[in-house]
Design a protein around this ligand. Structure first.
Ligand SMILES: Cc1cc2nc3c(=O)[nH]c(=O)nc-3n(C[C@H](O)[C@H](O)[C@H](O)COP(=O)(O)OP(=O)(O)OC[C@H]3O[C@@H](n4cnc5c(N)ncnc54)[C@H](O)[C@@H]3O)c2cc1C
Length: 426
């Protein structure tokens, strides 16, 4: 596939310093997929990690769904967004197949994904994709009868078929990552971090009684929907989107389904462990409370019936599977990296709107020792691994000064820079 990656130097406002940490110990807030991926990548680089989670178990919020899809997200024409998702997908598939060799309980099924061309826009995308040169092992644009053969049940649409894609149980993903970390990652459950305070060069993570839960020079906020609860991270624009999935017991007809299917929503085949299929998910913007709503199961079923009527009609009783908040960003790229010192940015880059391209700007300044991996939206199972890898490279002062588009697209300060370029702060 052709890539438009530029190898220029990264602009001053997106550069990171060379870090010299006293010890390689980091505290992570949040044990969803973002926190577990960060822990795994840190431990691989010789760090010790303390992972703090508010709930009684890990992966109970957005990462607590019974099933999610690991897939790329294609645009009709090549784009930065598509490159990002394809890279993340390749990385996730590699990582999952590696994890599977060591963790037999990892509930990962590389059974392929059929993305149905279910409306005019998707048909146009399908046509465009067909004319681009993809390896068959990555993407095949197939007709209805081929799609029916791949799926094992009747499909009335052309489809983009991704043979390496599939579905994962996210809890099993998090468990496998932490099992690999062994004693290098200490998990502290039922601890709610309320405040972050700096004492000398260490962050103190305080509970509601102002008692220190943990402390370290390096803290990574991976708190999902609660990204904005800390004064240090509430500068990061984000939007909650509630999502509910529905599950149903497998029957003779649904047992024939061999692959995951994407339409407006998604559907995963029956799990060997629960014998249930999962489908959905609902998509309710700006709702930050996650309560199960029975009506959403009927909406999910109606949506499924629109695209796969025979399958939907074969189900007798559907149940709510899981409800959670996905935290999204205005441009849909996640956040990973250091959290900007906003006062420094607004002072030193104030004239960016004047387009002084050749001015020698000072290097960016960050809140020392504070990092983030969040805003993973509805694709975090697929994207969190590669983002965590780059985040750890930043901490290790590796590679960050090359203008890789992923570092800039996902930079936590990008919206401050965007606003400065539009002269919002004057
Ligand atoms: C219905 C639904 C369907 C989805 N389907 C897919 C899919 O098919 N494919 C895909 O790739 N992605 C999918 N996603 C998206 C993916 O699940 C999320 O992007 C991902 O799980 C986000 O992970 P996270 O670790 O950022 O957040 P979370 O999993 O929410 O983890 C954050 C954790 O931080 C803890 N926490 C927060 N604040 C504190 C604090 N102050 N102190 C201590 N602990 C704290 C929380 O308790 C939580 O456990 C779906 C999401 C939903 C909701």
């Amino acid at each position: 596939m052709k890539r438009r990656e530029q190898k220029n130097l990264i602009p001053a406002w997106f550069r990171y310093p060379n870090y010299h940490w006293g010890t390689k110990h980091a505290v992570i807030i949040g044990a969803g997929i973002a926190g577990c991926q960060t822990a795994w990548h840190l431990v691989k680089q010789g760090w010790h990690v303390t992972l703090i989670e508010r709930e009684k178990k890990i992966a109970q919020q957005a990462s607590g769904n019974p099933a999610g899809i690991i897939s790329p997200k294609m645009t009709a024409q090549a784009s930065n967004g598509e490159d990002f998702y394809v890279d993340c997908f390749d990385y996730a598939v590699q990582q999952l197949s590696d994890l599977k060799t060591r963790h037999h309980k990892l509930d990962w099924h590389a059974c392929g994904l059929l993305q149905l061309a279910h409306n005019d826009r998707e048909e146009q995308r399908w046509e465009s994709l067909k004319h681009r040169e993809f390896a068959e092992s990555f993407l095949q644009c197939i007709d209805k009868s081929q799609a029916t053969e791949v799926a094992g049940i009747p499909i009335d649409y052309k489809a983009s078929y991704f043979p390496q894609a599939g579905w994962i149980n996210p809890v099993s993903f998090c468990n496998a990552l932490l099992a690999d970390c062994g004693d290098d990652c200490q998990v502290i459950l039922e601890s709610d971090v309320i405040n972050l305070e700096k004492e000398q060069n260490k962050w103190q993570l305080l509970d509601k009684y102002k008692q220190t839960i943990a402390s370290a020079e390096v803290v990574i906020i991976a708190s999902g929907k609660d990204l904005n609860t800390f004064s240090q991270s509430n500068q990061l624009p984000s939007m909650p989107v509630k999502g509910q999935t529905t599950s149903v017991a497998s029957n003779d007809f649904s047992k024939q389904l061999k692959t995951t299917i994407g339409h407006e929503g998604y559907l995963t085949p029956a799990s060997d462990i629960t014998s249930k299929l999962t489908f959905g998910a609902s998509f309710d913007r700006n709702i930050s409370q996650a309560h199960v709503d029975k009506n959403k199961d009927n909406e999910n079923l109606d949506q499924l019936r629109k695209y796969l009527p025979q399958l939907a009609d074969s189900f007798e009783k559907v149940n709510s599977a899981h409800v959670a908040i996905r935290m999204t960003t205005p441009d849909r790229f996640p956040y990973f990296g250091g959290i900007a010192d906003k006062a420094f940015f607004t002072k030193n880059y104030a004239d960016l709107h004047q387009g002084k391209q050749f001015k020698d700007y000072p290097k960016a300044k960050y809140i020392e020792g504070l990092f983030v991996l969040a805003g993973l939206g509805s694709r975090g199972l697929t994207t969190s691994g590669l983002c965590a890898k780059h985040l750890v490279n930043i901490l290790e002062s590796n590679e960050q000064n090359e203008a890789q588009s992923i570092l800039q697209n996902c930079h936590p300060a990008r919206f401050i820079i965007k606003d400065l370029k539009r002269n919002i702060y004057s």
